[in-house]
Design a binder for this molecule. Structure first.
Ligand code: MRU
Length: 345
């Protein structure tokens, strides 16, 4: 069977951002068009686009579109600040969101003296560069990570850290993809990932699309499969990595890391360096996004809990670095103690 075209969830153009609507997958492949910063911000909040690197790319293009809407006033830092804070207020845990906005602001400052048309072209080029560099970083980290995957490895993953969560190729699933491409025949156990089912809807869809064997399990089944020696490695992405290696990722990741440690199974994190937060000493300072309780009280829009029962909905948890065997970035494989290695020393 012919290989399907490379998957990307974002298309950047001069006057818009097109997003593969991830709320509709796997049932329908529909694209949402955003023409200004506010539409991009709403798409991020509503999870049309999700996954830390993809959120960062969308926000970068959102900032460009916001400046484009302002015309010559886009060169005014105060006007830009309003757009930036609207975009930055969408999903607080995703480090790449803030990283991308900081980078766009740097480009805006560097080019603020140029005529308006040229200024906008530079911002558009910066957003596109962020997208392209993300794919390049994913391919590089996948090559490093693949070395840690044995032939026929049974890999457990959580949420979706794939092409859909990035500019393309993926982080954790980039490693899986690379292992598949070099003929190692990896097989994936995908946790469904309540409440929004990114594992069931997105990871299962994108792996099946590429012909990579995947079996779906509910989140509560992970210990069962680890206890029966049916998992060789746990491999996840990250939303924010503190300087000491503490890692925020989709809620449930922390529990998987402890289970892996209890069973002597390697626990690997794969992320580009744009997810690193060097200013954050450890995970205690990570801002955890809390989403609407309705996401927990319902499954796929159908209410499953009795009326009047409250629900909590932290979207992420923080895995302490002591449970992480390695962090894989485009620079290579970082081993504990992570501090110096992540700092690039
Ligand atoms: O709430 P989401 O779907 O944006 O959460 C996504 C994750 O937790 C991913 O694992 C993380 O962003 C890394 S994506 C390469």
């Amino acid at each position: 069977m012919a290989k399907p075209p490379d998957l990307t969830p974002l298309r950047l153009a001069e006057d818009r951002l097109e997003l593969l609507d991830q709320r509709k997958l796997p049932g329908a492949e529909e694209w949402v068009v955003c023409r200004d910063a506010d539409e991009v911000a709403r798409a991020i909040e509503e999870m049309v686009v999700r996954g830390a690197p993809a959120i960062g790319i969308a926000a970068a293009q959102g900032l460009y579109l916001g400046c484009r809407r302002l015309g010559a006033r886009g060169r005014d830092a105060a006007a830009r600040d309003r757009i930036r804070s609207r975009l930055a207020g969408t999903r607080p845990t995703a480090r790449n969101l803030f990283w991308a906005l900081e980078r766009m602001e740097g480009a805006a400052r560097d080019h603020g003296h140029l005529p308006s048309g040229e200024f906008l072209r530079r911002l558009q080029a910066e957003a596109e560069a962020i997208r392209q560099e993300d794919v390049t970083a994913n391919r590089a980290l996948a090559q490093h990570g693949e070395q840690l995957v044995a032939a026929g490895a049974r890999i457990l993953t959580h949420c979706n850290a794939g092409a859909l969560a990035t500019g393309g190729y993926g982080t954790a699933l980039g490693v899986v993809r690379r292992a598949h491409e070099v003929g190692k025949g990896p097989v994936v156990l995908a946790c469904e990932t309540r409440p929004l089912l990114q594992g069931a809807r997105l990871t299962a869809w994108e792996l099946a699309r590429d012909g990579i064997p995947v079996t779906l399990i509910t989140d509560g089944m992970a210990a069962h499969f680890m206890g029966r020696q049916q998992v060789d490695v746990v491999l996840v992405g990250a939303d924010r990595i503190a300087a000491n290696g503490d890692t925020a990722n989709k809620v449930g990741t922390y529990g998987l890391a402890m289970l892996a440690a209890a069973h002597g199974i390697p626990f690997l994190v794969a992320a580009p360096t744009s997810t690193l937060d060097a200013a954050l000493a450890d995970g205690a300072g990570v801002v955890i996004e809390h989403r609407h309780p309705a996401e927990v009280l319902s499954v796929a829009g159908i209410r499953v809990a009795p009326a009047g029962v409250p629900a909590a909905n932290p979207a992420f948890d923080v895995t302490p670095h002591r449970y992480i065997s390695a962090i894989i970035t485009e620079r290579g494989v970082h081993r504990p103690p992570f501090g110096r290695s992540l700092a690039g020393e």
